[in-house]
Design a protein around this ligand. Structure first.
Ligand code: ARG
Length: 460
């Protein structure tokens, strides 16, 4: 029997059921749906719409439905279009006539928006906790990296040496912004739509403020049309997850590069690498590749939902059912990716000798030579040309950079020490720069940020 059997002469056609059903995926909202129903029932009691016995019968039935759903004994029926329908049907079977009062003053439109906001609030915190765990691992690896350094790149060409800790924390700061975004989105998701009804509110004395408080929402809707049609929180969550996915993709791309024989900066632990079915020598960075690849799927989910939303008139339209699968999948995929990348980073080994060897090319100190000339009063443009000429001569001729620098009037033997291994990176001394002084300060700020974010998460 459908929820609308009174109005209809015929029951639903099989193709209609097959096409419109959302139960296979929205059943994960079951706990939220039951929480929403409990709050609604209590609100109906406060409004004098349900008496104590009726409310008691419905609440007991909700308890039973909750137990059946969690122990797997809940028997779904073909006509259970979605989780809301299934729960209400079973409550009515268990509670008897009182069950028919559960849906008083409520529509699945405000119900599903309530459920999805509860799910979103919880999921954003779960993802944020995964982000924090990855940030902690990056900080731990950055701390233990000490004074190890590697080439910093622009255009994927060696540019200037940077501390390994600095490089790792660069990814860490991107994740810190992700965490911040997730929690900011949670604030906007934290508004109860319950009491908006199908679209316009109700003639009955509902208690939207009380039900919102009961459900732990920080705020209550101001406009019933907006309450049932607003999916900004889904789009925002999907953007946050897509950008987080892009950050994991960029980190993944570096893991892929660094673990090649060509770079040789990183060795993956066996447990976090995969082999080849045919090539016995292979050790592949599949986690990193999937983090890179799945970011495409996350961007697709965001694009899909925005496209679904863009042409919708107020208020509820069935198109909105399309919000759930992308959101659930994006959350699931990001949670998995965070854990996998965290394990990969925690367990892999840095080859700091290879990193140093790559960074110790005398050409990487070219900017230090130019800045040395600037300290002697030479305009930077001229200094750039002088050092550029020396680099060209070293590449084209038989003399080394060191010999050319030593023989140069404006540079001389004193400047040769700038080319020595490990010197260049120590000369990045400005705030936020890649050398030991500023990185130590940066690390303090990063550690403090993590501690503060940990507290924000604890506060919920
Ligand atoms: N399964 C629906 C959704 O996810 C629930 C709301 C249905 N409302 C309606 N009037 N048909 O959006």
């Amino acid at each position: 029997m459908t929820l609308w059997h009174g109005r209809f002469g015929d029951g639903p056609a099989e193709p209609l059921l097959a096409y419109t059903v959302s139960l296979p995926y929205d059943r994960r909202l079951a706990a939220d749906d039951i929480a929403g129903s409990r709050a609604h029932v209590k609100g109906l009691v406060r409004g004098g719409i349900l008496d104590g016995d009726e409310a008691g019968a419905i609440l007991a039935a909700l308890d039973q439905v909750e137990a059946e759903l969690s122990d797997g004994t809940f028997a779904f029926q073909r006509s259970d279009e979605d989780i809301h329908t299934a729960v209400e049907r079973r409550v009515t079977e268990v509670a008897g006539p009182a069950g028919g009062k559960l849906h008083t003053g409520r529509s699945r439109n405000d119900q599903v928006a309530t459920d999805l906001r509860l799910y979103t609030k919880r999921s954003l915190v779960e993802v944020a906790a995964g982000v924090l765990a990855l940030q902690r691992t990056l900080l731990a690896r950055a701390t233990e990296a000490g004074d190890a350094y590697l080439p910093g790149y622009t255009h994927l060409q060696r540019a200037q040496p940077v501390l390994l800790s600095h490089h790792l924390l660069a990814h860490g700061w991107a994740l810190a912004r992700d965490l911040d975004r997730l929690l900011a989105t949670r604030v906007r998701a934290d508004v109860s739509p319950l009491g908006a009804g199908a679209l316009a509110g109700s003639s009955l004395p509902l208690d939207p403020v009380g039900t919102a408080a009961d459900l732990g929402f920080a705020a209550v809707f101001d406009n019933s049309l907006d309450a049932v049609s607003d999916r900004d929180f889904v789009a925002e969550a999907l953007f946050d997850l897509a950008l987080l996915g892009v950050h994991l993709s960029r980190l993944g791309e570096e893991v892929v590069l660094w673990s090649t024989e060509e770079f040789g900066f990183l060795k993956l632990a066996d447990a976090y690498a995969t082999g080849s079915s045919m090539l016995p020598q292979k050790k592949n960075p599949d986690i990193a590749e999937l983090a890179r690849g799945r970011s495409g799927r996350l961007i697709g989910h965001l694009t899909g939902v925005l496209t679904t939303l863009k042409g919708l008139p107020l208020a509820y339209n069935r198109d909105l059912q399309e919000d759930k699968e992308p959101l659930f999948d994006a959350v699931d995929q990001v949670v998995l990716a965070l854990a996998a990348m965290e394990g990969l980073l925690a367990s892999s080994t840095f080859d700091t000798a290879r990193m140093a060897a790559a960074a110790d090319s005398p050409y990487a100190a070219a900017t230090d030579l130019a800045e040395h000339l600037v300290e002697g009063g030479m305009p930077f443009r001229d200094a750039h040309a002088v050092v550029g000429g020396i680099v060209r001569a070293a590449i084209d001729g038989d003399q080394s950079m060191a010999d050319l620098v030593a023989a140069h009037d404006a540079l001389g033997p004193d400047a040769v020490r700038l080319l020595e291994p490990g010197v260049s990176v120590t000369r990045r001394t400005t705030r936020g720069g890649a050398g030991p002084g500023p990185v130590a300060e940066q690390m303090d700020r990063y550690r403090a940020r993590l501690a503060a974010d940990h507290e924000r998460l604890d506060r919920g």
